[in-house]
Design a protein. Structure first.
Length: 429
């Protein structure tokens, strides 16, 4: 079934804006669709998928489109990749011949860096970190669309019951291997109008993100902080793990992000969550809770290089020097969050980055300057939480190995203060 001829023009128009990289691609697309309300669901889907196809294949498309790598040609290539050349109406014989020629190219014969569709600096970092062979497999997996994962809200539903209810929709879903509450949906259906979604029984959340919430080990009645809560996906998972007891603070510097948490919170049925906007990691609101918190999750702001399956524009929007800036920011945030913990309390430092500068290096720098903290080996934490994953000291989830986004996590524990020795007083004669 062919798309309306105007879809090519729509794709070309929004792609021109997206490739300026002045804003995240999903933000630009949302604004464009809001400004063009006459586009139907199928048309919006085709335009969005075409844009993401260009972002995933930008190096290849630009190189092989030749000197005439116009926005129209890029839009054509994106649509052909997303919906197939036969679905594109209103194009010339020459353009069809061009699409056929590109389709026939054996991409496995391209130089590795070209095949990776990554900026040279990023590809070189991955090769240095993972080795050539694994870096190439990883790059290939990052250039494929991510699956749709759901988290079942244990306060409202059972995973098997949700699978059965989704099947009636009909939506096929299967249990995820690591998260006991995760489901992987086999296609990408619209969920917003499903009763399960409206009632808060399910939330969209990558399985890797669900595992981060699990390894914090939040329990009933505890004082817990989600330090960089954002729109609250992990906050909701933590609140449910606490069985809606205790007190869970959702900190974030962005009022807009916290505002997105409110409708999700209302659906979830949680009443133990307290959203708090903070100015920075040394805010007085944080100082008031210093030494009182049982567990802290720090899902730190990062380059997002582990999320390229969902956000392929990220690799083109960030310069290499941004990674060093991120490292400094992450160290400061971790230092601020650590002050919240009581003795024996645990902190999970996490990112959705693949890069060591934002991960291992941040944790090692923190431990070198905080003698009152120690690293809890990840294999020990995973065993405690009964998560069937083989890891060393850190959690390192990778799309080509675990079918999740790329995630890193470390568990840090504040040492309990030794009690002062009892002073014996000599008995009076």
């Amino acid at each position: 079934m062919r798309l309306p001829p105007a879809i090519l023009a729509n794709t070309e128009e929004v792609l021109r804006e997206v490739l300026r990289f002045t804003a995240p691609a999903d933000t630009t697309l949302s604004r464009y669709f809001k400004d063009h309300p006459r586009l139907g669901g199928r048309e919006r889907g085709a335009v969005a998928e075409a844009v993401y196809a260009v972002l995933r294949n930008k190096t290849f498309f630009t190189d092989f489109a030749g000197s005439n790598a116009s926005m129209r040609r890029l839009a054509l290539l994106g649509l052909a990749e997303a919906v197939g050349a036969e679905a594109i109406a209103g194009i010339s014989d020459e353009e069809r011949e061009f699409l056929g020629r590109i389709k026939d190219i054996d991409r496995t014969l391209l130089p590795a860096q070209k095949r990776s569709n990554m900026p040279e600096w990023l590809y070189e970092k991955l090769v240095k970190q993972f080795g050539q062979e694994e870096a190439d497999i990883l790059a290939d997996s990052l250039n494929k669309p991510a699956p749709l994962d759901l988290r079942v809200n244990a306060l409202k539903a059972d995973r098997d019951d949700v699978i059965a209810q989704l099947a009636q929709a009909p939506i096929a879903a299967e249990p995820t291997p690591y998260s006991p509450l995760g489901l992987r949906v086999l296609k990408k259906p619209a969920l917003q109008n499903l009763p399960l979604f409206k009632e808060g029984a399910i939330e969209v959340q990558d399985e890797g993100s669900q595992v981060l919430s699990q390894i914090l080990g939040a329990r009933r009645g505890e004082m817990v902080v989600d330090f960089c809560a954002g729109a609250g996906g992990k906050t909701l998972a933590l609140g449910a793990a606490m069985r809606n007891t205790g007190r869970l603070y959702a900190f974030d510097v962005s009022e807009k992000r916290l505002a997105k948490l409110k409708p999700r919170l209302a659906r979830s049925g949680l009443s133990n969550v307290h959203p708090v906007q903070i100015a920075h990691e040394k805010d007085a609101k944080i100082k008031r809770l210093a030494g009182k918190i049982d567990r802290v999750l720090v899902d730190a702001p990062c380059s997002g290089m582990g999320t390229l399956r969902r956000n392929p524009d990220v690799k083109w929007r960030q310069p290499p020097e941004a990674i060093a800036e991120m490292h400094e920011k992450q160290v400061a945030i971790l230092d601020g969050a650590a002050r919240l913990l009581k003795g024996g309390g645990r902190l999970v430092y996490a990112t959705c980055s693949l890069l060591e500068e934002e991960n291992d290096a941040v944790v090692q720098e923190f431990l070198a300057s905080h003698a009152d903290f120690e690293l809890v080996p990840m294999h020990k934490v995973l065993a405690e939480q009964k998560i069937d994953l083989e890891m060393g000291d850190y959690l390192k989830l990778l799309p080509h190995k675990h079918q999740t986004d790329g995630f890193f996590a470390a568990v840090l524990e504040r040492k309990k203060m030794a009690k002062p020795a009892k002073v014996e007083t000599p008995e009076e004669e």
